[in-house]
Ligand binder design. Sequence first.
Ligand SMILES: C[S@@+](CC[C@H](N)C(=O)[O-])C[C@H]1O[C@@H](n2cnc3c(N)ncnc32)[C@H](O)[C@@H]1O
Length: 597
Amino acid sequence: MPSGSFNILKACGRSAFASISTWKKTIAVCRTMSSDAVTIASPTEKATDLKRRVSDDGPVVVKKQNKPKKVKLRRYKPKKVDETSPLGVLQHEIDGLLAEKGLTREQIINDMVAVLNHKDSSDIPMSSHYHREVANVSVLKIGSSGDGLALIPNSVETSKMQVVIIPFALPGDVVKIRVFKTHPHYVESDLLEVEQKSPQRKDELIGCKYFGKCAGCQFQFLPYEEQLNLKRETVANAYKYFAPRLLENGLLPKIGETVASPKIFDYRTKLTPHFDMPKKVHKLEERPPLGFGQKGRPTWRNIDAGGSRSILDIEECVIGTKILNEGMENERKKFERDFKGYKRGATILLRENTRVLDSQKPVEEQLGDGSVNPDTGKTSFLEVTEDKPLAKTCVTNSRQVVTEYINGYTFEFSAGEFFQNNNSILPKVTEYVCSNLQIPGSKPEDPHYLVDAYCGSGLFSITASKGVDKVIGVEVSADSVSFAEANAKANGVENCKFVVGKAECIFASIDTPCDRTSVILDPPRKGCDDIFLKQLSEYNPARIVYISCNVHSQARDMQYFLQETEKGKQYKVESLRGFDFFPQTHHVESVCVLTRV
Ligand SMILES: C[S@@+](CC[C@H](N)C(=O)[O-])C[C@H]1O[C@@H](n2cnc3c(N)ncnc32)[C@H](O)[C@@H]1O
């Protein structure tokens, strides 16, 4: 919109902050007043098209009709979001907040056309009025991404409110924020200052100098018990948003307590620090920051650590294991030396590798490849002496084979392939899955079979193989299947067979009686697809254990399976609970157990 239009508004005695609809009408007025275009008539032009004016001696000068000059407005193009992705879930959380406060979406909607195009009477873009500092904001809720939610007045359309997302804010906090981005139904902000603390907030628990800036952790200021409670709420809300019919029909059990991780710091066995190539730079002269993404531009902790670029320069990650932090130190030293050789941004893999040592042989000889300390030229390792002498190294080559030990089983897999990232909780998880695969009313002599859909390198197939007659695993990655086969062999497990293919392939080759078969599902974040769930219902197994790293897609799948597949109605949800694979973060793994009744 041309700035002159606001002068017209002024001339009309209207406020510069007139309603959006008035702005639009004003644009129309401006268009009809656009300056005259003067042209020379060509002999071929139709006389009727032109208003002729004859000059004394020159050519015919014609005046074109007052044709409105088109003002091209920038359009807001909403991105398509998956309903069970963080942005899809946020829409449900916003609607939940609005319902609690008796507000409608119309009352909080932001005019994106105005934000993108309009200016006020002083030629200041309207976005500057939306993007401002606001003090005294009461945080009302916390979302499943760990961000606070609040309501603030709309600074332009004063009859409206805005929903604001505030990272690192807790319900009960009163905060000062800077709004920096507008979306149709909410605005994003940075936390500048905590003016009044929520009783839940215990800043003294924060264990990381980057907390409050790094996008990795959200909950370090919360006592661990409260983190577990919040994750239980996340599971409950996921089923409320994505499986409402199960709730309405009383088909869900009470959600169990979230199972704690034995380690709440120093637990992550995989980290992926990365760096970006700065824009328009073809050769790096200065080392770019190497670390993890920054969450906005917060100032509430007054920390300089990590710098202020979109990627923070991070030397240590307190949720990563000790050996990964040693590896990170080595890789940073190497990067300092070699960064000029990079042509584009890159990610560095840090994966923990555990080896049982032979006490008769020199340690160094047994370590294999790992992150090498550039000062000494030696592989970094930590010696862990529990019942066996264990050595841990940090592997950076995605194709290198790494080892994990879980409940007496050994697992090998490529460092770059999927494997669970918190080995401290894996004994608890695998025992829980095993105990929930039992078919109710079975006698020890009854046969029992197991199907492990999405089996990866065989974690659940192998740990649940004892006392089972046959296990069939299916997995789309051929590499993971090779490891699953090798892992079964290395552990002396002879009753497992693995198939490469999409999960639904398994139903074509399955030959075990459904009454005696339990199925494990552990799909990626997007969940299972309908084809698989329909075939699962047709197969009609006695028991199903569904493990998920995205409780929202799990809830959607459970509603579909139980309510919309042919035999889904035969199942009862026995139990539902979260497992805390990622303390200090908002993530929760959810396990749902179904029995055919
Ligand atoms: C969350 S991981 C679980 C792996 C394994 N259960 C574990 O805990 O190590 C999901 C696995 O599903 C595999 N996958 C993805 N889509 C698949 C599909 N359509 N059919 C079968 N496997 C699939 C991935 O390769 C990955 O190994």
